[in-house]
Design a protein around this ligand. Structure first.
Ligand SMILES: [Zn+2]
Ligand SMILES: [Zn+2]
Length: 167
């Protein structure tokens, strides 16, 4: 929380601020994201009844690879602006007493810039949909038949299984 009473009194003057933010684990598009301690720094100023901040948030996000489920650490460094008002509208955050929650505004900006999904590396081969092994670690041959010259092998195996069940 930042005390902005000086900015409301001294209209147009620019005040620097810096604070550490601790964000709790957050469910985001079906995945739980965890965060290292974040650093928030920037400036704020008052104009009429509005306090505006211009800031930068630096934080490392911990998620999982969308393909192979390995842990992924993803450093983020975002710049954003936000307005605060005593009676906030859709585009602004509240001024409560003489304080603003810049960390909350920063978190909303962070979520808006979060990637759709995380990957451990661009060429991650993911988990095999057939046997479930991690194809980065132990390449299997499950999918070779499907893409290779003998697509009927899988069918033969399937038919074989059915025959076995009948016996
Ligand atoms: Zn991966
Ligand atoms: Zn496999």
């Amino acid at each position: 929380m930042i005390d902005v009473s000086a900015a409301l009194k001294n209209q147009g003057s620019i005040f620097p601020f810096e604070e550490a933010e601790c964000y709790p684990p957050t469910d985001f598009r079906g995945e739980e994201l965890c965060f290292d301690q974040a650093q928030l720094r920037g400036t704020f100023f008052g104009a009429d009844e509005t306090v505006s901040i211009d800031a930068r948030l630096t934080v490392t996000v911990h998620a999982h690879c969308a393909r192979c489920l390995a842990p992924v650490s993803y450093p983020m460094d975002i710049a954003f602006k936000a307005d605060f008002r005593r009676t906030p509208d859709e585009d602004s955050y509240p001024i409560v007493g003489h304080q603003i929650d810049a960390g909350d505004a920063a978190f909303m900006a962070l979520l808006s810039e979060m990637p759709l999904r995380f990957v451990c590396r661009e060429d991650c081969r993911g988990l095999c949909p057939v046997c479930g092994c991690n194809r980065n670690i132990s390449p299997c041959t499950c999918l070779e038949g499907a893409a290779g010259p003998s697509p009927f092998e899988a069918l033969a195996v399937l038919l074989g299984d059915q025959n076995n069940e009948e016996v």
